[in-house]
Design a protein around this ligand. Sequence first.
Ligand code: ADP
Ligand code: MG
Length: 260
Amino acid sequence: MSTAQSGVTPMVQAEGVCKSFGALPVLKGISLQVQPGEVTCLIGPSGSGKSTFLRCVNHLEKINAGRLRVDGELIGYRERGGRLYEMSPRDAAKQRREIGMVFQHFNLFPHRTVLANVIEAPMLVKGQSRDQAVARAQELLAKVGLANKADAYPAQLSGGQQQRVAIARALAMEPKLMLFDEPTSALDPELVGDVLAVMQDLAQAGMTMVVVTHEMGFAREVADQLVFMADGVVVEKGDPREMLTDPQHERTQAFLSKLL
Ligand code: ADP
Ligand code: MG
């Protein structure tokens, strides 16, 4: 697969995206594209702005400059006569609904069963009937290898199983884009593989994904594009295998040599 197809609307298109917290500039002009059906892995040192970038894509943070589009639509803003107008919270929520997000800490509702966790948003937000939502949730739980855990509570599951529930919960909203922020960083090493396998299946099924990760094996095998960020800028991006084998930039080399 190529990341340079022409005539296709990118699923994510960031152009010169800037974000500051007070006086602290955190994103200093991020430009990148993610093509539909492709996987982009985002790597870089702690504090480089990876999580902030994902949160901007989801409009959990407002950008200060640049343009951020998902599936061709400006995120959080409308453009009229060359000027940007902030969207109503209601319209922004509608956009956010189409973007699934999975965090390092899975944030399941502890007092609800696995099934109840997965059906909540489709029923509440999408207005699905209980039967509809349950049927879809069972499919998704089977897909992440947890068909027999529907009635369990999160505390009865391993971290890896909880993370797979979190993935099923995000997928239940039928997102067109999935964002993963270090989904395996909080897991015991022996539980990482099952979560990565679920993500790989999802990629193979054609889901567009942006994944912040330190798992270079996953990046090499699954990603179509690798992006290295440092200090709020994209230092280097390209084919994962080429970049991991022969990084062009000194900073990328230094970062990778510490990881590998
Ligand atoms: P990464 O995910 O690459 O580790 P982050 O996006 O979490 O980096 O953070 C980038 C920088 O932005 C850090 O210096 C962090 O302290 C700062 N930052 C992130 N979120 C906030 C916030 N809500 N308020 C103030 N500073 C923040
Ligand atoms: Mg982060």
